[in-house]
Design a protein around this ligand. Structure first.
Ligand SMILES: Cc1cc2nc3c(=O)[nH]c(=O)nc-3n(C[C@H](O)[C@H](O)[C@H](O)COP(=O)(O)OP(=O)(O)OC[C@H]3O[C@@H](n4cnc5c(N)ncnc54)[C@H](O)[C@@H]3O)c2cc1C
Length: 352
């Protein structure tokens, strides 16, 4: 069954897809966006921290904010923490955040469909959905996360991933910093405690070869914090997932007559050291939506301009992070190496 005419088909309605759908629709495109989840952002797979500056690009952000963050504390092995202050950020309700971005896309005129999975992309640019329909859009926007189907269809799969696990627990007392734990016992990643009102997310990310140890790593961090009286012993919920850490991939390609643009995690835009990808997803989603509209209007350089824009905003920071990550993986994980691979320390910012 071939579906009706559409200019832009967006795969995935996380922050990148919702913003892409919104901006393509605002520029007059007929937009359909499909998301395999039944409702926006659920289940939540996130520690829910965003830099305060994300508010510039997100309308009605206040409705999703649950607490402010003032600083970052970094714990290296058993040393006393180093405090980075100010480190302004917000803890959000990620499901509410994603839902509000989808509502903006719908207000702009995008047709957003949940419980609808993209099952395959043909070499001629036709997209098959799991419901049996087949679409032939002028532009496909792949905003379908770290293991993007759209990315793979143009030979641009993410080069490296980190695997994560997180438990949500009761927080004893208030806390205004994101706490980061660097240790040889958390190889290729870090542990975190992010406070959100009266709860906290306790988690860790590691290089995939150590995935089998993730549960023990997070349980150990949780037990340590519970012994110190910082969090409760009970687990309220669990989550996890993959984060791309290999740096930006080539964010566009063609399949037959169709242009394919990648945004957010699908384009490798989570920070390769910190794993933060919400703000880059929002920004790249907007740029992808605008580039799609420009391409449909006949601008043949729109995809190159899109790549240049992404490179201008993220290129230098992501390149440095990829190098620091590579150095860390090749190191013996001593304290000096751990510090050099974390943004709170001067060594991170030395010329690579
Ligand atoms: C445990 C964890 C904690 C994190 N914590 C933070 C944090 O605190 N701060 C931060 O900035 N970042 C964090 N991140 C990273 C952040 O969640 C991502 O970078 C961000 O969600 C990227 O947005 P996106 O829209 O590109 O992708 P996603 O949010 O992953 O959205 C992609 C969407 O595509 C859908 N999809 C995939 N395949 C298909 C298909 N075939 N058909 C239809 N739909 C499909 C998925 O269901 C998903 O909803 C965390 C990640 C994890 C795993």
């Amino acid at each position: 069954m071939t579906a009706g005419p559409v200019d832009v088909l967006v795969l995935g309605l996380g922050p990148a897809g919702a913003c892409a759908a919104r901006f393509a629709a605002l520029r007059g495109c007929r937009v359909v966006a499909v998301e395999r989840k039944r409702s926006p952002g659920v289940p939540v797979q996130c520690a829910e921290f965003v830099p305060a500056l994300v508010g510039i690009e997100v309308p009605r952000l206040a409705g999703s904010v649950r607490q402010s963050i003032a600083a970052m504390q970094t714990f290296v092995e058993d040393d006393p923490p180093d405090r980075t202050d100010p480190f302004p950020g917000l803890m959000i309700d990620r499901a509410a955040f994603d839902a509000s971005l989808v509502a903006e896309a719908q207000r702009a005129g995008a047709d957003c469909r949940f419980g609808t999975r993209a099952a395959g992309i043909e070499r001629d640019g036709r997209v098959r959905l799991a419901d049996g329909s087949c679409w032939a859009p002028k532009v496909i926007i792949g905003a379908d996360g770290p293991r993007s189907l759209a990315g793979r269809s143009i030979g641009q799969a993410n080069r490296a991933l980190v695997e994560t696990r997180q438990v949500t627990v009761a927080l004893e007392g208030s806390h205004d910093s994101t706490d980061i734990f660097l240790s040889a016992r958390i190889p290729g990643g870090y542990g975190w405690v992010f406070p959100k009102g009266d709860i906290a997310h306790v988690g860790a990310g590691v290089d995939p070869v150590h995935k089998v140890r993730l549960k023990a790593i997070v349980d150990e961090l949780h037990a340590l914090l519970a012994r110190r009286g910082r969090v409760g012993r009970g687990v309220l919920s669990r989550t996890g997932g993959a984060i791309p850490v290999g740096g930006m991939v080539e964010p566009w390609g063609t399949l037959g007559e169709a242009l394919v643009l990648l945004a957010g995690d699908a384009a490798g835009l989570a920070h390769p050291v910190m794993g933060a990808g919400i703000a880059p997803a929002v920004h790249s989603g907007r740029l992808a939506g605008e580039a799609a509209a420009a391409a449909i209007a006949g601008d043949r350089a729109a995809c190159l301009d899109y790549e240049d824009e992404l490179d201008a905003v993220f290129g230098a920071a992501w390149s440095r992070a990829v190098i620091r990550r590579r150095e860390l993986l090749a190191s013996s994980n001593d304290k000096r190496a751990l510090r050099r691979a974390w943004i709170a320390y001067p060594g991170y910012w030395e010329p690579p």
